[in-house]
Design a protein around this ligand. Sequence first.
Ligand code: ADP
Length: 420
Amino acid sequence: MTVKKKVKRPVRSNAKLISENEALIHELAEAKETLRAIQNGEVDALVVSGQNGEQIFTLKNADQPYRIFVENMHEGAASLSVDGTIFYSNRCFAELLGVPIEDLIGTSIFDFIKAEGVVEFSYLLSSENSHRRSSTFDFTTSKNQSIPFLISMSPSEIGGGNGVSMIATDMTQQIQIKEYEKQSKELAEAVRARDEFISIASHELKTPLTSLMILSQLQLKMIAKNDPKAFEEDRVKDLASKTVAQTERLNILVGDMLDITRLKSGQMSMKKSNTDLFKLCNSAIERLSAQFISSGCKPPLISGTKTMGYWDPMRIEQVINNLLINAMKYGNNSPIVVTISSTNEVARFSIMDHGNGISQIDQSRIFHRFERAISANEISGLGLGLYISQQIIESHNGKIWVNSENGNGSTFYFELPLGY
Ligand code: ADP
């Protein structure tokens, strides 16, 4: 059995409580005023009554100018214990955090540091390293705003124990300036790339147009002179095949430009049907054979068998065409070998040439938009074919890559899931 003792509390009258309350409010106002006066450097000394009588603490000494300086500076300053308790804050730091100084003192700095910075901040606080240490941390203010601070800490003694003095520099503006600088650099680079593309594209379009113009003008002149050679069968055939080749070139260039626009706006859709990769390759090689011969190169050899998959035949043929034309352009007229193989899951296409090859650094770059590993003066091109090919292959969940060594030719591969 427990026995409850009844405690008799002293009863105080309402009037007494009111007068005690008023006295406390008065004392608090006095304390706040003293704190304000100390922070403004208006107090020379403090007289504190204690068990040992009255003691005088001098405030106006050689440190006073520094105290005023710290109070008025436009950076946050605070003294912390090694567990993060705030013993002192200047006006700026309290304002940045959106907390009155009197409420800030005694709270933990960790109440304001974002979770991702807590471990590093604790490490800096407790570091044995006696040197100045600094790092950037994101703080959350009382108004839930985020402020990036550059925090610099130096060890200092606080109330006889270990602590740190901390300077907090608001980095918001600097970070914004850096961001603007980065954006304007990117913008300038995009404008430069666009201008370069326009100039290369105009040049590329002009080349076949000029040769079509020259062929037609020559023919017209011969007709005007009633030159019978103008109508010789071989000449007319040659004229027609050159016209087809140049028109085809124009068609590919304009097609690539349209594809880029479609890819950017996400409008390139795949129209899949049952497709034989081997047949597709054979017909692409056949269609390009005249072009191979006229560029001084034998049409590629092909090995493989019927390989069926569920793909967009027009788009896959576009990839094959691009790889065939590249082998013709960059293969130094060396023999070209195309191989088709498959497993139960994927079909693989490869095309090998013995041209100059591609350096290791350029191998991933050439699959990006407008990227070329060769100058436009050497061999013309827009640097779009491999980028578009990669987008097409990836739209079929496949992959495209190259194996090459400088000076030792290149083999381009693509692999497509059969898609059934
Ligand atoms: P383009 O041929 O119009 O420049 P591509 O995107 O098809 O555009 O090719 C990008 C670059 O990749 C080419 O400029 C060239 O430097 C390099 N390249 C492509 N195929 C080969 C190849 N078979 N051998 C060597 N380099 C190649």
